[in-house]
Design a protein around this ligand. Structure first.
Ligand SMILES: Cc1cc2nc3c(=O)[nH]c(=O)nc-3n(C[C@H](O)[C@H](O)[C@H](O)COP(=O)(O)OP(=O)(O)OC[C@H]3O[C@@H](n4cnc5c(N)ncnc54)[C@H](O)[C@@H]3O)c2cc1C
Ligand SMILES: Cc1cc2nc3c(=O)[nH]c(=O)nc-3n(C[C@H](O)[C@H](O)[C@H](O)COP(=O)(O)O)c2cc1C
Length: 507
């Protein structure tokens, strides 16, 4: 330290002046920093005021197979992290007065069937959209999930958006449509959340990463069948815990036919590292598209080819089985070659290969709470989702189960016959009805078995039974739905839907 008293007066004056100048510089720096912080806070506040970020937001979802719900939860989490109070609700529990008083609401909804709303949205459509409330105090946003391979893209999201506007609600931004999980549209939705909250540095959310699973077993379930190949497929985890419930879905990250990859690699003269990465990219199908890549380095080729989409399969086992079991039908593409996901699972993946897969919660196909009797209806691969439920019921000692299963022939297509007959013998199944369509002159399907047993269906429902339907939309669930309307009446079936006692996993 310097002893100032030892210095002459001039030196002391100069040091004092320097000190004042230094103090001034420090002081002005502090003021400037404070001013900048004040201006930043002011800008944030202005953005917040413009968007009303402090106001709570109602986040409502309607999902058939779990994706809209997953995105609604991610949306609620992002808003909460940005300091915005959130109420997260299934659309079925949202009332007109909730909408009239919410202030701000975000709707995340999918479309199913042929332009239909998801089952859990039925009560909302009837009770809320059937009315004409004044929603002029509501500002809203819609995320509409859909798939352009269906004729009526995002039909329910579009009609909900139209209805909200018609009731006087004001859009916060244009409807965001997500075609087949399109990542760019999902990023757009996230950017709208940033504007809404005034917090621009919200962390990006992405779909949960795939886990690594081994293809442990693959067995043809219907050798000699007149129908398409169906396979029992078993995946065992290489990392991560086994956690799912009966009714949940697994998303598989497929790979291309190795022969198609090899043909592209040869055509473009690519190296082996690029060849490996190509197995999970959409390959160009037309020669023109292939030629446009000729001469490009491997990295540039990969940059131009998007990642393959996932495929969904109903899980046919429980975590206690030690792995995910599936029933997969090989689907031919238009050119006769195996479909992407089913081809990968049934043909191309080798036993012992490492597969990409992740579980998706599908709450709308979980069993209803309580020990209700269950009527389980499915055809073909639809047995998968029902099998997981029956395993859960067997483990819980719940015996009031009635399985109605259909396929083509008893001889070739009675999937998991021993297990099903074992359940019938041990009392896990109180009743078993089988419909093998080709085993007799006239075609008999599961809907016919239900109609034959109309009185018993009504009796089970009167005793509180829930109905679970799993399998193909076109081939089965539409006819089963019509049979149930005939047996229980439109209102009866609607009441079951409202009570969560009519649940479907149909595709
Ligand atoms: C919630 C859910 C659960 C599912 N569970 C199962 C399951 O347990 N077992 C199972 O085998 N499949 C199941 N699927 C269907 C599966 O996800 C794939 O759609 C199917 O395997 C065909 O895909 P791919 O990639 O092999 O064929 P792609 O390469 O997509 O196409 C092959 C051909 O099949 C047609 N196609 C695709 N999907 C269907 C369909 N659903 N019905 C009729 N034609 C179709 C296409 O138009 C095309 O012509 C489920 C789907 C959903 C949405
Ligand atoms: C059986 C079935 C029918 C579908 N019908 C349509 C449709 O008519 N229009 C559409 O845009 N999308 C349709 N889709 C695509 C879904 O809307 C899309 O996969 C969505 O991401 C599913 O979201 P969810 O899991 O929340 O129900 C259909 C999907 C399935 C499985």
């Amino acid at each position: 330290m310097i002893d100032l008293s030892a210095l002459d007066p001039e030196a002391r004056r100069q040091i004092a002046a320097g000190g004042v100048a230094l103090a001034w510089v420090a002081f002005s720096g502090l003021i400037a920093a404070r001013e900048a912080a004040r201006r930043r806070a002011g800008r944030r506040e202005a953005a917040a005021l413009a968007s009303g970020s402090g106001e709570p937001v109602l986040v409502a979802y309607a999902s058939q197979t779990g994706f809209a719900e997953e995105l609604a939860r991610a949306t609620a989490k992002a808003l909460t992290a940005a300091g915005t109070p959130v109420t997260l609700r299934g659309l079925s529990s949202v009332t007109t007065s909730d909408l009239a008083t919410a202030g701000r609401a975000l709707f995340l909804v999918s479309t199913t069937g042929e332009g239909d709303a998801p089952d859990p949205a039925r009560a909302f459509i009837r009770d809320v959209m059937g009315a004409t409330p004044d929603l002029s105090d509501l500002r809203y946003g819609v995320l509409a999930l859909g798939d352009s391979s269906y004729a009526q893209l995002c039909a329910f999201g579009r009609s909900l958006d139209g209805w909200l506007a018609h009731q006087g609600a004001a859009p916060l931004f244009d409807r965001v449509e997500v075609d087949d999980g399109d990542e760019a549209a999902l990023r757009h939705w996230q950017s709208q959340l940033a504007v809404l909250t005034g917090v621009t540095d919200l962390p990006d959310w992405s779909r949960p990463a795939y886990g690594r699973w081994t293809l442990a077993e693959r067995r043809r379930l219907n050798p000699g069948s007149p129908g398409g190949e169906a396979w029992h497929v078993r995946l065992e985890p290489l990392d991560g815990a086994l956690a799912w419930q009966a009714g949940d879905i697994v998303e598989i990250g497929p790979r291309n036919d190795p022969a198609e990859v090899a043909a592209v690699v040869e055509h473009l003269g690519l190296d082996t590292t690029t060849a490996q990465a190509l197995s999970s990219r959409r390959l160009p199908r037309e020669l023109d598209a292939l030629d446009a890549l000729t001469g490009l380095p491997g990295e540039a080729v990969l940059d131009r080819l998007t990642t393959l989409p996932h495929r969904e399969y109903s899980i046919a086992s429980l975590p206690g089985d030690g792995g995910i079991e599936l029933i997969v039908r090989l689907m031919p593409r238009a050119d006769g070659k195996p479909g992407l996901g089913s081809g990968w699972l049934c043909h191309y993946a080798q036993i012992g290969a490492v597969l990409d897969a992740r579980v998706r919660t599908n709450r709308s196909f979980h069993a209803p709470a309580g020990d209700l009797p269950l009527i389980l209806i499915g055809a073909g691969t639809g047995l998968a989702g029902l099998r997981a439920h029956l395993k859960a019921r067997a483990a819980a000692g719940q015996g009031r189960n009635w399985l109605v299963f259909g396929e083509r022939t008893a001889e070739h297509d009675y999937f998991h016959r021993e297990e099903i007959e074992g359940w019938a013998a041990s009392g896990v199944l109180e009743r078993l009805d089988l419909a093998f369509s080709r085993d007799q002159g006239q075609r008999i399907y599961v809907q016919h078995r239900l109609l034959e047993a109309s009185d018993t269906v009504r009796a089970w429902v009167a005793q509180g039974a829930a109905i679970l339907v799993c399998g193909s939309l076109e081939g089965m669930s539409r006819e089963v739905h019509a049979a149930l309307v005939e047996i229980l009446g439109t209102e009866g079936l609607e009441r079951l839907t409202d009570e969560g006692r009519y649940r479907r996993d149909v595709y």
